[in-house]
Design a protein around this ligand. Sequence first.
Ligand code: BGC
Length: 447
Amino acid sequence: MAIIQLPENLKFGVATASYQIEGAASKDGRGLSIWDTFSKTPGKVVNGDNGDIACDSYHRYKEDVQLIKELGSDIYRFSVSWSRILPNGVGEINQKGLDYYHRLVDELLEQGIEPMCTLYHWDLPQALQDKGGWASRDTIDAFTNYAEIMFKEFAGKINKWITVNEPWCASFLSNYIGEHAPGNKDLQLAVDVAHHLLVAHGKTVKLFRELGVAGEIGYAPNTTWKEAFSNRSEDIAACQREVGFLIDWFFEPVFKGNYPNYLVDWYGQKGVKLKLAEGDMELINQEIDFLGINYYTGNLARYKKGSGLFDCEDIDMGENRTDIGWPIYPDGFYKVLTYIHEKYGDTPIYITENGACYNDDVENGKVNDTGRIDYLKSHLAALQRSIDSGVPIEGYLCWSLLDNFEWAEGYTMRFGLVHIDYRTLERTKKESYYWYQKLIENRWYEL
Ligand code: BGC
């Protein structure tokens, strides 16, 4: 049995996102987002679930902040519903929307918890989607306008900002694979959207500096790892293409000011073009203060002609899987972190999401989610390996505080440290909550 000792100064916390927990979808002047529309389109979300009520955190935020506090969290990462602030995406500001986030942030600060605010966790105002959404460059300006409102409004209260959460999901998963809102299946569109999200990110960072906002700004791309099944060069190249698709496409522009050439060529062979306007790459290539990394899963893979977009097929090695079906692959966490560090340098890193789906229910007042505890143990050990390897990790935020609306899976998949009874909205701390609480207090655990 090994003891894993984590650094005393590592910051811990939990993360959530607006549409997944807030509910109150038509309350206090909130406008519709693409997730309201998508979730109400038959066949898009399991059981036809939607975020109208979700965890009702909009009304129960005090109780939720109490849960965060008792956990011993240093940081709470949440996201803002753009259409609560600007019901039409641009134009008139909805004061009641701002008021809600003031109540939440004030409560966090009062309890000694640092807010980390994500501006975009996928809930684009529907009014902007109606005008082309992220395929239109106007959405970039709409986003910076919204960001400016938020920066000015919360100056001095929020010191950690994230522009965009998981741009890969908001582009490829949503516009090529079509599983998330707005549900398109068009590779060219996905490449355009990905580019516009990156430009929006860069423009917002530039604006942040120009406005002289105090605090730090970063973004939170998602990652995964593909380990080559063999050392054959075609297996290695196939895995590199997949890792490039998920990671480098969203890192090289930000850190180096260009897209990976081999992927530009690959897309070119499929008739897909990168459409750059003058100055775009300089805009994207802004220095950020921290990098948010989201990691859940990885796997072995190998070359197979015609498999997926990149001639790469996943190999099932019989790994254990979480209840959502994702292989548990902590080595991938270590590999991703060391890969990013070697390739993109010393920008401080916050793990902005890591966690597991287990659907255990309440039995005799308890939720015995040992699977989640084991997942956290193995991933925190991989994190410690990365820290020992010199990766500048500043903090670790578990996804998620609460079970919540898991996008296309609706309420069927649970990622929370706290169980939600969706009929009564009662919150029950799971065994993993108590385990994480102890870890935060002690900074060590037995593997
Ligand atoms: C997202 C979360 C989501 C989680 C689990 C991440 O991709 O940022 O919103 O709930 O993964 O699927």
